[in-house]
Design a protein around this ligand. Structure first.
Ligand SMILES: Nc1ncnc2c1ncn2[C@@H]1O[C@H](COP(=O)(O)OP(=O)(O)OP(=O)(O)O)[C@@H](O)[C@H]1O
Length: 698
């Protein structure tokens, strides 16, 4: 499809390209001050005004057809024509958004680095941007659109992290789309060393990149495609507080502006219409955020296994102001809570969909035909699973549910990765709802949000590994994997990243990648390197410790190799390859001292007895965890058998629906309980490792 060795997807080979994760964010934080009257059908006609949004009298000039644009409460998520279309060249939106009014740092961007929680999009900006419609250039250029694009965005250190003197451990190399995580680790003898993890993605965005730039890098290129029957999905994934909501919040509005611009210019008089819906998945249930979560939505499958959301309201919109008000209203209704890392953390997955439909035969009385769709998903935080053991019951239930959907997402990704014909979309509400967005002609943009702080290192690595896995989907599984850096760095030329084949997404999106410098010359874009205050290039020493990446038997393995306790803490020479000076920022002398001391090589030989006691405990706990895992796998197999029987019986004529529902419900609860239990054990073990200052590969 996209050439360059990219995997081809057909409607049989269901595509699920997104990794997932979760977040809490609010696309807009405050109520927009505009409410729809109870039970009223909201119709927006152009140009809509807030008064109309209140559902008051129909505006002059509306046609009767326009006044009945609320969809009939049954949104067929699969109503799109899934016939595959060849790769197409879609028209680019326009030449440089800045030219038409997207000023840097203005509009919906948030230049405030102090992390103010509630940020409002300025009304004046919105109204001003409506005027861009008039300025839309006739000239268009063709731009290929990658099937999957994985972008990483690093946020700045926040006040709390700065106060705690946490280090920024992420180096971003925008020119090569690579980033490096510097992880401080402890050997089993408690000596420290720094391990580098390098990743390459389709784009990496550092803390200075604005939301406008994020939009241009991620969603803008796919917008024109949805006029060509494409379903595009944009996800934010990352740990709590990593910036998912901050990143996602402005995107739908910016996309709506571009969609309207295309509707009013390129596709003028072609009968296209734009519809907005906004719902959340909370506790495994669906709620309409544009209906004040008043009633629970039902997801149904029709005879053709198409998923429909019964009761979800869709609003036809034709101006930016109305869309903004709807987004604000939905965002304000969204479920949020507090986590350790984020005071206003999303508890739900929020899904905002912009659907393009077309009038049938220019006739307003017939329901318009779905053409394409753009979905924005702000997922709940990826480590919310930790809450399952630490918090109150409600939080634990939320955590379990979030875990379930994230696990289901992973399962879908794994299944796609293995070219399985059956993709387990039914694993969670989230994957069920998203199913149609990943089959047929789809485009997926995943934005992995990461925190720069040393305290978040483990979560950051998890997020990046997840992103890496998704990226590998887009290129037939040969993505550069996150490696402990030993062999590849030693064997490769001075700059290991040079040896990395660019991702196929990058191949396909050459001109977009060119624009990853966001429209201005690369030179300008690259941050000026501060004068190095500390160069942590290590002396070349012989690597003597091998690390096992397998979870089971790490300690045993170390012991059998005689590495416990190790004689001398040696640092693999490959961690900081010669020929490439790793410049890191030492923020103050104390920190510099710290960094230096973390590089020191203690030579004290630990007494075996000193080391053995905690180690034996850990060994025992490790064994317990592995046994529990084994037991869980066995139980899962039993459950699977039970499910197969259940399905077999369900296919028999005259089967009892009640019995089926009850048994299925039991099976699912059992499954979920097993996973939650194992997760709790795993977290307990991780905590113990941390208490003992032992860090392992994730
Ligand atoms: N790139 C950024 N620049 C400045 N501030 C940011 C950036 N990213 C995030 N923030 C700030 O960090 C805080 C947490 O961000 P946000 O709520 O988006 O995280 P989240 O990933 O959605 O968290 P959760 O999963 O808990 O909902 C917010 O106050 C936000 O304003």
């Amino acid at each position: 499809m996209n050439g360059g060795g990219r995997r081809r997807y057909s409607s049989e080979q269901l595509l699920f390209d997104a990794p997932a994760n979760a977040g809490a964010g609010r696309w807009a934080q405050q109520r927009g001050g505009v409410r729809r009257g109870d039970g009223e059908i909201f119709v927006s006609v152009e140009p809509a005004t807030p008064a109309r949004l209140r559902g008051g009298d129909g505006a002059a000039g509306e046609s009767p057809g326009q006044r009945q644009q609320l969809s009939p409460g049954l949104l067929d998520l699969h109503a799109f024509d899934t016939e595959l279309i060849p790769d197409f060249q879609v028209p680019a939106m326009y030449d440089g958004a800045q030219k038409f009014g997207y000023a840097h740092g203005g509009g919906f961007d948030d230049p405030d680095m102090s992390f103010a929680a509630n940020k409002q999009m300025s009304k004046s900006t919105v109204f001003a941007e409506s005027n861009y419609l008039k300025a839309f250039p006739e000239k268009e250029k063709a731009a290929p659109v990658a099937k999957i694009k994985v972008v990483v965005r690093k946020r700045p250190l926040n006040k709390k992290e700065i106060t705690k003197k946490e280090e920024d451990i992420i180096d971003i190399e925008q020119r090569s789309n690579s980033l490096t995580v510097h992880e401080t680790k402890l050997k089993v003898d408690l000596t420290e060393y720094v391990e580098k993890h390098e990743f390459v993605f389709d784009a990496v965005l550092d803390e200075d990149v604005s939301n406008d730039e994020v939009y241009r890098e991620t969603v803008e290129p796919v917008v024109p495609a949805i006029f060509n029957r494409t379903k595009a999905t944009c996800f934010a994934y990352g740990q709590t507080g990593s910036g998912k909501t901050y990143t996602m919040r402005p995107l739908p509005l910016k996309a709506s502006q571009d969609i309207l611009r295309l509707m009013h210019h390129t596709y003028r008089n072609q009968g296209f219409q734009l519809f907005v819906s906004f719902f959340e998945i909370y506790g495994g249930k669906l709620f309409d955020l544009l209906n004040d979560r008043r009633c629970k939505l039902c997801m149904r499958e029709d005879g053709k296994q198409k998923v429909c959301i019964v009761g979800l309201q869709e609003y036809r919109v034709s101006d930016v102001e109305t869309i903004q008000e709807l987004i604000e209203r939905g965002s304000a209704t969204r479920s949020t809570g507090t986590t350790g890392a984020n005071e206003e953390s999303s508890r739900s997955h929020a899904i905002l969909q912009l659907a393009i439909k077309k009038r049938v035969d220019g006739n307003d009385s017939k329901p318009p035909r779905p053409v394409g769709k753009l979905s924005f998903i702000d997922l709940a935080g990826s480590e919310r699973g930790a809450d399952t053991t630490d918090n109150d019951k409600q939080t634990r239930i939320e955590g379990a549910e979030i875990n379930k959907s994230l696990l289901a997402l992973k399962e879908c990704i794994r299944a796609l990765d293995n070219d399985q014909t059956h993709i387990p979309f039914r694993g969670s509400k989230l994957t069920e709802v998203l199913r149609d967005s990943f089959i047929g002609d789809s485009r997926t943009v995943m934005i992995s949000c990461i925190s720069p702080s040393s305290g978040s290192c483990e979560h950051t690595l998890n997020t990046l590994r997840y992103a890496d896995r998704v990226k590998s989907l887009s290129k037939g599984g040969n993505a550069k994997k996150d490696l402990p850096l030993a062999a590849p760095l030693r064997e490769s030329s001075p700059s290991p990243m040079c040896s990395v084949v660019p991702s196929s997404a990058s191949d396909v999106m050459n001109d977009i990648t060119e624009r990853s410098n966001f429209g201005w010359p690369k030179q300008q874009y690259v941050k000026e390197q501060p004068a190095p205050t500390f160069v942590d290039r290590l002396p070349k020493v012989k690597e003597s410790v091998e690390f096992s990446s397998s979870n089971g038997g790490y300690f045993k393995e170390q012991r059998s190799k005689g590495n416990v306790p190790p004689n001398v803490a040696e640092v693999p020479d490959t961690m900081y390859p010669q020929g490439r000076q790793q410049v890191r920022k030492a923020k103050d002398p104390a920190l510099e001292l710290n960094m230096r001391s973390s590089m020191a090589y203690p030579t004290r030989r630990a007494e075996p007895d000193e080391e053995d006691e905690p180690l034996n405990d850990l060994l025992e706990e490790e064994e317990d965890l592995v046994s529990a895992h084994r037991k869980q796998v066995e139980e899962t197999l039993d459950i699977l058998r039970e499910e197969m029987n259940l399905l077999g019986e369900a296919d028999q004529p005259g089967n009892q629906l009640d019995d089926y529902i009850a048994r299925l419900s039991g099976v699912l609860s059992q499954k979920a309980a097993g996973i939650v239990d194992l997760q709790a054990r795993l977290e307990q073990f991780q905590r113990r490792l941390n208490e003992n200052n032992v860090l392992l590969y994730a």
